[in-house]
Design a binder for this molecule. Structure first.
Ligand code: EPZ
Length: 430
C-alpha cells in the first residue's frame, strides 16, 4: 500500500509541464483498432494506470505494441483477432467500454464486460446502446453483465442523445466511422477530447465533421489507414495545477496547455482574485491574498468541468466568504468534502449542492482519495494546509496524473510517496 505525504503551507512556485490528455487518450487507443494498420500515438500519458490497462486490453485482443519512447507508442492493429473482452480487463476502468464501439466498427461484433471506474453516482449506458441500435446493431446485456452487440452491417443514422454524454458521443463515433452512409449525432458532447478523437479518426482517413459543436456528421468510409498523431494536453491536469498555484498563494507557469480549453477555469480563478496570464501554449497563475468567494456550477463543455469541481472546492474552502457549488453532471460527487472537513474545511454537501463557508487555513490530516479528482483535491489541500497530510488510496490518483509527486515537487512542494504495509494484510498473522 502506498501513501503520499505532504508537508504543506508553502506557496508553489516555478514551472510544470502538462502531459497528454487522459480522456482523449482513452478514446484514441481503442480507435486505433479501426484501421488494420499501424498507428503511432505521441504525447500519450503512458505511465498512468488507466492507459496501462487500455494497453493490456489491446494486447489481449491481438494488437502488437511497441514503445517508441516514454510518451510514444506504436499500435499495430493488423492482427487484432478477438471481439471479446473479459471482466478481468474491464473492471479497472470506465473507458474500457469504448471497445464496444471500436470492436463493432471493426468486426460488427463486440462482447465486452460492463466497465469499472470512479463511482460518481449511477453511470448508465443507455445512450450508448441507443446509438448502436440506431446504427443497426442488436444489443443485449446478459446476467453476467456482458454487453453483446452485433450487426450484419452497420448503417449510418440520425442519433439524438437524450442528454449530453461524452462516453456515448465517443462510442457512437467509433461505431459509425465505417458504417455505410451518414450518421448525424445531435446533442453531442463538445469536450476537447471529442475534437481530438475526431481529428485522430480523420487522420486515419475518416470523414467526421462538426466535432466541438453539438452536431457531428460522420460519413462512413470503407477503410481506415495508419497515422502518426499527437494527443492534446490534459485540460484537467492543467486546471489542477492552476488551482494548486492559487490555493497555495503561489505563482506557477503551467506549460504545454491549450489556453482556450482552460477558459472556464481561468474565469473562475480570476473571479476568486487570482491573476491568470495566457501565453500561446502556457498559462501563469498567481494569487497573493486570500481567495474571494465565488459560486460554481458544473456543466458539459464549454461550461465549468465537473472534473475540476473537487479541486476548485479546496480554493473555495479557503476563500473569504461563502460559496455555493452546484454539481449538475454527477449525482454523487461530494464525498471528498468529508475528507476536506477533516482538514478544517467547513463544507455542507446535500445532494448536488454544497455550501462552502471559507476558513482562513486548512490543517494537515490523514485523508484518503475517494476517487481520481477527489484525490487531486487532497493533493492541493495538502499543499495548502499547515502541517502534514497523509493521503491513502492513491491508486485513484495514479489512474489519471502522470508523475504527480515529481511534478508537485518540481514546483516546490514538500511531498513524497511512501510504501507502508497494508494493515489488513497483517490480520491473518498469528
Ligand atoms: C466522461 O465520463 C469522463 N470520463 C469523466 O471524467 C467526466 O466526469 C464525464 O465525462 C463528464 O465530463 C472519460 O472521458 C473517460 P458522460 P462519461 O457520459 O463519459 C449520464 C475523470 O475524472 N449518462 O458524459 O462516463 C451520466 O450518468 C472522469 O477523468 C446517462 O444517463 O460521462 C452522467 O450523469 C470521471 N446515460 C451524464 O450523463 C448514458 O448512456 C454525463 O455522463 C450516458 C451518460
Amino acid at each position: 500500500m502506498e501513501k503520499i505525504i505532504i508537508n504543506g503551507g508553502t506557496p508553489l512556485h516555478g514551472e510544470v509541464e502538462i502531459s497528454g490528455a487522459k480522456n482523449a487518450a482513452l478514446a484514441i487507443i481503442p480507435a486505433a483498432i479501426l484501421s488494420q494498420d499501424v498507428c503511432v500515438i505521441e504525447n500519450l500519458p503512458c505511465s498512468i494506470s488507466d492507459i496501462v490497462y487500455m494497453m493490456k486490453i489491446l494486447k489481449q485482443i491481438g494488437a502488437q505494441l511497441k514503445v517508441i519512447n516514454k510518451n510514444t507508442i506504436e499500435i499495430d492493429s493488423r492482427h487484432v483477432n478477438s471481439y471479446v473482452i473479459s471482466h478481468d480487463m474491464t473492471k479497472h476502468l470506465r473507458a474500457s467500454y469504448y471497445f464496444i464501439g471500436a470492436l463493432l466498427g471493426r468486426f460488427s461484433r463486440a462482447m465486452v464486460s460492463m466497465p469499472g471506474g470512479c463511482y460518481l453516482g449511477p453511470r448508465p449506458i443507455d445512450q450508448h446502446i441507443k446509438g448502436f441500435e440506431l446504427l443497426g446493431a442488436t444489443v443485449s446485456v446478459d446476467d453476467n453483465a456482458i454487453v453483446n452487440a452485433k450487426a450484419d452491417k452497420l448503417i449510418g443514422s440520425p442519433i439524438y442523445l437524450d442528454m449530453v454524454s461524452v462516453g456515448a458521443t465517443v462510442n457512437i463515433l467509433l461505431a459509425a466511422v465505417k458504417a455505410k452512409g451518414l450518421t448525424v449525432i445531435e446533442n453531442a458532447a463538445k469536450e476537447p477530447h471529442i475534437v481530438d478523437l475526431a481529428n485522430f479518426l480523420n487522420s486515419m482517413g475518416a470523414d467526421v465533421r462538426g466535432a466541438g459543436t453539438d452536431v457531428i456528421k460522420i460519413r462512413g468510409v470503407e477503410q481506415l489507414h495508419g497515422c502518426t498523431y499527437s494527443i492534446i494536453p490534459d485540460q484537467i491536469e492543467a486546471g489542477t495545477f492552476m488551482v494548486a498555484a492559487a490555493a497555495t498563494k503561489g505563482d506557477v507557469l503551467i506549460k504545454n496547455v491549450i489556453p482556450k480549453h482552460l477558459e472556464s477555469i481561468s474565469k473562475k480563478l480570476i473571479e476568486c482574485g487570482a491573476e491568470v496570464e495566457e501565453f500561446d501554449d502556457a498559462v501563469r497563475v498567481s494569487l497573493s491574498q486570500r481567495p474571494e468567494k465565488c459560486n460554481i456550477k458544473t456543466m458539459p463543455h464549454p461550461g465549468f468541468p465537473t472534473d475540476m469541481q473537487p479541486q476548485f472546492a479546496v480554493l473555495l474552502a479557503l476563500a473569504d466568504g461563502t460559496s455555493i457549488i452546484s454539481e449538475s453532471v454527477w449525482s454523487n460527487r461530494f464525498k471528498y468534502t468529508e475528507q476536506l472537513n477533516r482538514m478544517g474545511a467547513n463544507i455542507k454537501a446535500d445532494g448536488q449542492l454544497a455550501v462552502v463557508q471559507g476558513v482562513e487555513n486548512l490543517k494537515g490530516a490523514p485523508v484518503k482519495a475517494d476517487d481520481l479528482r477527489a484525490g487531486a483535491a487532497m493533493l492541493i489541500a495538502g499543499a495548502a494546509a499547515n502541517g502534514t497530510t497523509e493521503i491513502e488510496d492513491i491508486y485513484h490518483i495514479d489512474r489519471g496524473y502522470e508523475e504527480v509527486v515529481e511534478k508537485f515537487k518540481g514546483i516546490g512542494a514538500d511531498i513524497k510517496r511512501v510504501y507502508c504495509p497494508d494493515p489488513n494484510a497483517l490480520t491473518d498473522v498469528g
